[in-house]
Each structure stands twice: as C-alpha cells, then as structure tokens.
Write a protein that binds this ligand. Structure first.
Ligand code: PXP
Length: 242
C-alpha cells in the first residue's frame, strides 16, 4: 500500500495572520500542492481562529479536488460548521487555547460519552470521522467504541525523540505506532499519522504497513519558503513513496 500525503495548509494561514492581510493564501497553496501530487488537503479551523478562517474553509471546499479534511474540536458549533461545509472527512482534535499548534492527542478514552454524539452527527451528514490520538491501546479501543472511521496517530513524541537523538525512545515510538496500526486495522479503522514529520524523520513512519496517509504541514511550508510549494511537496512525496 502506498502511503498518501495530506498537506496541512494551516501554516500558510499562520504567515498571513501575522499581518492580518490577504497573503499568502492557503487556497493558492492547496492548489499548488495538489498539482504537485498531494492526495489530500487538511486545515484546522480552531475555535479561536488563530490561523484558518471561515472563509478559507468555504473556499477550500470549492477548490480542493482531492480529499478535504477539516480538523475541529468536538464542540457543537464546530460540528455545525463542518456540516455546513461538507468536507470529505473531519478529524476531531483537542484544542488548548494557549498552544501554537495541536500538541496532544485527544483523550478519547476519557470522553467516550461526550464524543459518540458529534461522531454520529457528522456521520449522519455523510462525513467520515476520525480522531487524532496518541498511539495507545485504550485510545484505539475508544475510537472504535465511538464509531470513528479512522484514527490519526500523533507522531509528535516520535518527532521530538528524533530531534533529541534518543534512539531508544525513537524505537519505542515506532514500535507503538506499528502495534497500534495493526490494532486499528483489526478494528476496521483507517490509519493516518502526523505531527512534526519532516524530510529527515518521515521515512521510518512511511514504511509502517497499514498507514494510509501522512498529514504534514510545517516542514513542507518551511521548505517551500526556499524552493516553492511544488518542489517542497514533490521532495516529500519522493521520500514517502520510496
Ligand atoms: N495532524 C494534526 C492533527 C495537526 O494538528 C497538525 C498540526 O498542524 C498536523 C497533523 C501537522 O503537523 P505539522 O505541521 O507538524 O507537520
């Protein structure tokens, strides 16, 4: 199975919001990324609208020709925004208002009762639903319990371990991702992974059997500042497809 690349356009919007003007535009970035071969476009509409705005979601829905994945927290108003915009998929994430970007996985195991309803509401509106979780048995079981269609494993800890050069920790994280991918697939859940992946650390994750898609933003946007989005996306695709 070839792993797909989902390009996260939040970081383009972050640059725009630094000036509160109209450039750079995440819609243009999404078009260029798709032309370069990205198989999905992800955006996170935070409740505090730190980067992506309502207008972005509306325009991306009309522009994205691959798969549009909207990340939201599981609040009722955000679920309604998703229904109004009809993305192909929604990923439910945790949101802490002081963070710069999503850091922790959603603790689905602790919120089974609260999450079953938003998941069902989205699914009843023809939107496939996933949860961004840490690669832990109880989280995968809970994802299945609430009726999710897919999980996205948080690779943040793996990325940090790579940056620190902590080989033992890196091996432990890869092993957890492998085991939890097997478990999720056994439960019939599709598997994505993302957070902190870059050109240097992505290869071992891309080779895990059973992962359908990698969601990558910051490293591609960082490289694109130097070489353009087309080249940055193609370079990432070359690594993950190798
Ligand atoms: N997946 C989720 C749920 C995220 O919130 C983010 C953060 O933008 C990503 C993937 C992509 O992470 P990064 O920007 O570090 O590649």
């Amino acid at each position: 199975m070839t792993v797909k690349l989902g390009f996260n356009v939040d970081h383009i919007a972050t640059i725009r919001e630094a000036r509160k003007i109209c450039e750079p535009d995440p819609i243009a970035a999404a078009v260029l990324a798709e032309l370069a071969g990205a198989e999905g476009i992800t955006m996170h509409l935070r409740e505090d609208k730190q980067h992506i705005q309502d207008r972005d979601v509306q325009l991306l829905r009309r522009t994205v020709t691959t798969k549009m994945n909207l990340e939201i927290c599981p609040a009722q108003e955000m679920v309604q925004v998703a229904i109004n915009n009809q993305p192909d998929t929604v990923t439910l994430v945790s949101e802490i208002h002081t963070e710069l970007s999503t850091e922790d996985g959603l603790n689905v195991a602790a919120k089974v009762g609260d999450l079953a309803k938003p998941v069902m509401t989205l699914k009843n509106n023809d939107i496939a639903v996933g949860v961004f979780i840490d690669a832990e048995t109880e989280q995968v079981k809970a994802a299945k319990k609430i009726g999710a269609d897919f999980v996205e494993f948080n690779t943040g800890k793996y990325a940090t371990s790579c940056a620190l050069g902590s080989n033992e920790e890196v091996e432990r994280e890869i092993s957890a991702l492998e085991d939890m991918t097997v478990l999720a697939r056994k439960y019939g859940l599709k598997v994505k992974a993302g957070r902190g992946l870059n050109y240097r650390n992505v290869a071992p994750i891309a080779t895990i059997e059973g992962i359908d898609e990698l969601v990558i933003g910051h490293s591609i946007v960082s490289k694109s500042v130097m070489v353009g989005i087309d080249r940055a996306v193609r370079d990432m695709l070359e690594i993950i497809r190798r």
